[in-house]
Design a protein around this ligand. Sequence first.
Ligand SMILES: Nc1ncnc2c1ncn2[C@@H]1O[C@H](COP(=O)(O)OP(=O)(O)O)[C@@H](O)[C@H]1O
Ligand SMILES: [Mg+2]
Length: 1110
Amino acid sequence: MEVKTSLLDNMIGVGDMVLLEPLSEDSFLENLKKRFDHNEIYTYIGSVVISMNPYRSLPIYSPEKVEEYRNRNFYELSPHIYALADEAYRSLRDQDKDQCILITGESGAGKTEASKLVMSYVAAVCGKGQEVNKVKEQLLQSNPVLEAFGNAKTVRNDNSSRFGKYMDIEFDFKGDPLGGVISNYLLEKSRVVKQPRGERNFHIFYQLLSGASDDTLKKLKLYRDFSKYNYLSLDSAVVNGLDDATSFRTVKNAMQIVGFMEDEIRSVLELVAAVLKLGNIEFKPESRCNDTDESRVRDKNDLKEMCELLGIEQTVLERAFSYRTVEAKLEKVSTTLNVAQAYYARDALAKNLYSRLFSWLVTRINESIKAQTKSRHKVMGVLDIYGFEIFEDNSFEQFIINYCNEKLQQIFIELTLREEQEEYIREGIEWTNIEYFNNAVICDLIENNQNGIMAMLDEECLRPGTVTDETFLDKLNTVCAEHQHFESRLSKNSKFLNDHSLPHSCFRIQHYAGKVLYCVEGFVDKNNDLLYRDLSQAMFKANHSLIKELFPEGNPSKVNLKRPPTAGYQFKSSVGTLMKNLQTKNPNYIRCIKPNDKKAAHIFTPSLVCHQVRYLGLMENVRVRRAGYAFRQPYGPCLERYKMLCKRTWPHWRGPAREGVEVLMADLQVPTEEFSYGRSKIFIRNPRTLFFLEERRRQCLQDLATLIQKIYRGWKCRTHFLLMKKSQVVVAAWYRRYAQQKKYQRIKSATTVVQSYARGWQARKLLRELKHQKRCEEAVTTIAAYWHGTQARRELRKLKEEARRKHAVAVIWACWQGLKVRREYRKFFRANAGKKIYNFTIQRIMQKYFLGVKRGLPCMSPVDKNWPARPYRFLDAAHAQLRSIFHLWRCKKYRSQFSEERKAVYQEKLEASELFKDKKSLYPSSVSQPFKGDYLEISKNPKYQKLSNCVEEKVLLADVVNKINRANGKGTSRILLLTKKNVVLADQKTGQVKASVALPDLISVSVSTQNDGFFALKLKEGSASAVKGDFLLSSEHLIETITKLHHIGSTASDDGEQLDINISDEFLVQFKQDKVCVKFIQAATKNGNSASCKRKNNRLLEVSVPAATA
Ligand SMILES: Nc1ncnc2c1ncn2[C@@H]1O[C@H](COP(=O)(O)OP(=O)(O)O)[C@@H](O)[C@H]1O
Ligand SMILES: [Mg+2]
């Protein structure tokens, strides 16, 4: 929640001078001093801010302060420049009222600092964003540039602005800055050529010489030594707290930010250097024949360097320093210049050069910072202008400056009164006329077009004939003598005739801020501000664009014979424009006061402050403000602040605030003439009434604080007590529970112990009884067992005795019977009956055995291995014999069923068995395979039609074999045909016969003992088929093929010679001329299951056979 505060809280002295009671100059100063001593440098007069220069940095400009004052009402917080800035900015942004901030005060009072604080505050609170920040930055950075060229160290201020500055900052409807326009007023250009004691020339000269790089200085033909330049005063060239070298870099940087081009910066520095050079040009007299002195440049080196720098022809400039051409209508008259005139011309040129450069800088900055959009802007003007000056020696400059301040005072009075009056009308309060001093009469004395001092001066300057400052004073003495604010020794007004404080060459004006004595010396010259045309023309001829631009009147094609407007006239019109401008805006005043002349902190010189208070018209200001009602406050905040003073409004007032305030005032019995009700504010006539309210409030607050404290303490104690009570109950409950738990557990364990003892005792008793019972039972059982045992043994003995007796009886009886039978049948037995019985028995056994065999015969399949088991061992041999007989018989039976073909097949199988069984490991796998013979179905297959036609005999075997190439051992598929007479090898694809071997030419066939299908056909040496040598073939049906070959071979041979079958793992074959050994080796299975063949050399062909898998 935002805390509602007021200016009236924790006030040191009074924050608003309007509330000063009693109001007098002394109390005013007293209040200022009190506040100043407590670091309260700001004090209000209504909405005007008085600012005392603290001459040290105070911690009151931090970002936190900015936040504190942001969006708060003016009277809500203690007086601060930020409050004024915030008020101005918000009324610009929210109420669309253009604002101007008028900062006045004498040199060194803190005007420039105040203007910078206002600008920085506005920059901090207005909108943000890339574009806005750039504009802000440019606006803020224009300050260092203008300060470097327009500020100088004076006795009053180390950084004194030597020009007046008015800056319009433009904002868009949102309150974001768009740009700005700067106007400058009357640069104190005399400083360029001469500085009072203890003061310096403009900062830029020192900054350039201290801060520029050696290279830059060389280019500008400058030395780092200040003492080398006549225009630089030496006694205070180095100022404590000012770092010229750093400032130079800051200025250059600021120029870049503002948007100066590199060559623009260079040109500006060249001009600055040129001014320094110009100061070093010195003249010497040269006597002429007609007794006049003519000036000549003494040492031309500086002139030369300057001319080089600016691209001016040296002779042209040199001439301009020696002659002066006066043009009148049709004639041109050239007169020579004496040394004094030459110096005057040189200084005039330097002053003009510098002041025009300064004006150009302002124009150039304006070009950069001007708002880019054409839409309507809201404007906040900040006027930082030299304050009223009263020196010992007051000249034309002071006259002009004081005139400006006079105008500002007038506008201040006008606007303050107007504002006051407007508020009264707005609030419906009757307007009471306010007595105040209107300085319009002084303004009139100075600026009146007919008989004003400035008009007189202009008239003198333009008048033909000899014109001097004295003639001007004479004129004033005649024209203004009657004016009540004009005083002069020689005026017709005889009352000053004896006033020795008024010298003859001076006149005095009674300004609103005090009397100022002006010395007329130099008025005419300064007003004329003459620069000889020869010089401006010489400048225009320069080969330097900036110089050319600064001296447009030097253009010979645009020679203007009219005199240029006088300095006074120019100033008057620009002040007129400024005043018009200010009148359209809502004014906000900051009146700066310096507390001492020593630029020192903590020192308050009452006389000095008093003087400023007087000439700033601050007392006047307070009186105007207090003329009607000293204090006013909107009803809401007023009720909020004082509602505790009346029971009916405290603590809450439900109705409208105004009625609440009415009730409050009635209740407090404030006399009705002391206040008035406006539409939205209450107006309090006298500060006394306000302080009465404040005092009552303070007391009431104390009572309220006590009440609040009392209630709070009561509440705190009560809550604390209740909390303790509640806690006590909880603690007690917990403790009781704990105690009960403990007690219960103790009782429980005691009970358990007692119980266990009791149970133990009972159990032991029971155990004893049970044991006794058991012993009794065991004793009974033992006794019974012994008794039964005795009885049973006795019985057993008796039974055994009886059985023995019965057995003896039976044996005796059997013996007796046997004896009887033998005696009876002995007579019936023959001698060999035993043998007959034996034979009969054997016959019976044999009969039974054969019948058993018959019944148990196995089935008729020759492969059935069953045979009934033998019943008697003595028949073993017969049983085996019978089994063999039965098997042979059943085989015969089986064979008798065979057809002729089947018989042939078995014949072949038999032959194969005879040939290969137990000789070649391939054999067993062939047994179950039927021998098909014609695997290719050669006669039926149309593909082999041609081949079958070639062969005359019946084909016994047709199969695809692999013919091994004799040279490399690789295989080629061939068809192998076997007929009764030939072995034919034909191409598998085409069926073309490749080789045909007549069977008689075949002498042997060789195969390995292993699991492979390789076979070699050995041919008779010299036979027709044996041209290429023996054949090495491989067949899937090796066993069948060889068997067939063997069979045919033996039947086909005429001489009954058998075809030789050679089974061995190494045999020789004849390939062409070579005898090659074919060797079979067992190989690990590598290329699948098939055997592979490889010709190792011309003696060896190796066949690797994979080991037979089980
Ligand atoms: N608010 C301030 N806080 C601290 N120092 C200040 C303040 N105002 C002015 N000064 C000091 O006073 C000097 C002169 O102030 P300046 O604004 O240049 O005076 P003016 O523009 O009125 O001639 C500054 O250089 C600074 O040292
Ligand atoms: Mg200043």
